[in-house]
Design a protein around this ligand. Structure first.
Ligand SMILES: [Zn+2]
Length: 243
């Protein structure tokens, strides 16, 4: 949904068609009439270009906010606010230079559409985060006699995979080793890393968990997580001789 709103051509009827459908046949007929009235009677190319231009600006503000995540580490609500500030700053200019578009004159745009798009896309992002769940673990191979490698995704219906978790287990030593956890930048700081670690502990409750070289880049994350876990989640000890 987030991708659809920011990257795919907006339906001509948007945002009308996004309104919730009323229950009951009578309500449905009235709703369908209203949607039909909102549809353009002719193909208005100029209007479509303007709609795509405001969408490009909302997307630009989104990408600027995503680019700050490595230093700002904003949670979902804070991210939505920062995105709004970025969008306001772009719309306050006379014209904006967007890659692939050249110069866009702000006065020619439907500013309200931009704000509707920001609100809907923010909501879609929050809903995706709320619906995110781990897919079943897949066995990737038995590494030797004792260790096995697995992976799973953190995914949300409609949004596909948000990230991937690769790990290995050693049953004889009761050790779990998180090898790699990777989310694309737009899903950083959304609590999905915590979700992934909890999932590992739930799926393999008998294991004590460690992590690898990624530890150094995400020290704060593991420091916070360790407080609520019985596992060390460090990279400082060699967990068992089989890895
Ligand atoms: Zn072992």
């Amino acid at each position: 949904m987030l991708v659809r709103l920011l990257w795919e051509p907006l339906p001509e009827s948007w945002p009308v068609a996004e309104a919730p459908r009323p229950a009951g046949l009578r309500g449905m007929i009235a709703w369908a009439r209203k949607v039909a009235e909102g549809l353009p009677q002719h193909d208005d190319l100029e209007r479509r270009v303007r709609r795509a231009a405001i969408q490009a600006i909302v997307r630009e503000a989104f990408q600027q906010t995503v680019a700050e995540q490595d230093s700002e580490h904003r949670g979902p609500a804070e991210f939505a606010d920062a995105w709004k500030v970025r969008l306001a700053a772009l719309l306050a200019q006379t014209s904006v230079e967007i890659t692939g578009w050249g110069e866009i004159t702000i006065a020619e745009l439907d500013i309200n559409l931009g704000w509707s798009l920001h609100a809907a896309a923010s909501r879609a992002r929050a809903e995706t985060i709320a619906r995110a769940a781990a897919t079943p673990s897949r066995l990737r191979g038995a590494d030797d006699g004792s260790t096995s490698s697995f992976d799973f995704s953190i995914a949300a219906d409609g949004a596909g995979s948000l990230g991937r978790v690769q790990y290995a287990t050693c049953e004889p030593c009761c050790i779990g080793l998180l090898r790699k956890i990777s989310f694309s930048p737009e899903w950083h700081c959304c609590g999905l890393g915590t979700l992934a670690l909890r999932e590992l502990e739930t799926r393999h409750p008998a294991l004590t968990w460690y992590t690898t070289g990624q530890y150094a880049h995400a020290r704060g994350f593991y420091d916070r997580y360790r407080d609520g876990s019985s596992s060390p989640w460090t990279a400082s000890q060699h967990p068992c001789p089989h890895f």
